[in-house]
Design a protein around this ligand. Structure first.
Ligand code: SAM
Length: 237
């Protein structure tokens, strides 16, 4: 089966509706991911159905619960563009910022954006800890999303500084979340955030269970955070 047909079928199974333009953009992204991955380490997942399910569908399931058409989104540690690029394909009128410390991966995403004709996405190269202190990005986004970047206590310090008061941080996790939540109590208190929801979901055609942990930013963050680059991982809050 062709990638486009498989993607269309799987999104329908999840009650997600994609336009032809969206499907075409996913197809461009897919072809470029597979081709570039031959020379640059972008993903270990390369089989067509797995890319559709574990990268594309996993990235966009969040759109059933959050309407990103209103507001701005930052993806911290986007890597080869997940979940940022699939979400930007679904929400072409929303401002997206994709951040990563690996320049080669951002260069790949830049080429994807050009081929797809998408100009509502900005790429920034560097550490989340540094940009989280930069007035241009600090507490400026309605939503921060992040997948497969760090454990929750570390991730909260990397991500929540970007979120406006009243905004949300959404962490894509596997279904084994309880321990990480237990270990995040201190971080949540220091970072002025609280757990809002745990949203479990199933990836179709697999026995793959995932969960979105969503957090509310309750008030402004103290100047001390995030700490300098490397510190959140070395000594989590
Ligand atoms: N989010 C993508 C995904 O789900 O496929 C990529 C996951 S990859 C395992 C983690 C990415 O986070 C890498 O590309 C790495 O460069 C980036 N990263 C890790 N720590 C970071 C930090 N402190 N600031 C910026 N990027 C970071």
């Amino acid at each position: 089966m062709e990638m486009k047909d498989y993607l269309r079928n799987m999104t329908r199974l999840c009650d997600l509706t994609l336009t032809d333009e969206m499907i075409n953009r996913f197809s461009i992204f897919y072809e470029m991911l597979i081709e570039t991955n031959k020379s640059l380490n972008l993903t270990a997942i390369t089989e067509m159905k797995e890319v559709v399910l574990k990268h594309f569908i996993d990235s966009i399931m969040v759109s059933k619960y959050f309407d990103f058409s209103k507001g701005s989104v930052i993806d911290v540690g986007t890597g080869a563009g997940f979940p940022g690029i699939p979400l930007a394909i679904l929400f072409p009128n929303t401002e997206f910022v994709l951040l990563d410390s690996l320049k080669k991966r951002l260069h790949f995403i830049d080429q994807v954006l050009e081929q797809c004709g998408m100009n509502h996405v900005t790429l920034i190269h560097g550490r989340a800890e540094d940009y989280g202190r930069d007035e241009k990005y600090r507490e400026r986004f309605d939503y921060c999303v992040s997948r497969a970047v760090a454990s929750l206590p570390v991730l909260l310090e990397l991500c929540t500084p970007f979120v406006k008061v009243g905004g949300n941080f959404i962490s894509y996790k596997s279904d084994k979340l309880e321990d990480e939540l237990q270990q995040s109590k201190n971080a949540l208190s220091i970072l002025k955030c609280s757990l809002n929801q745990e949203i479990p979901y199933q990836i179709p055609d697999t026995d793959y269970s995932r969960v979105l942990a969503t957090f509310d930013k309750k008030s402004k963050l103290g100047k001390k955070y995030p700490r300098q680059a490397g510190k959140p991982k070395k000594s989590p809050l």
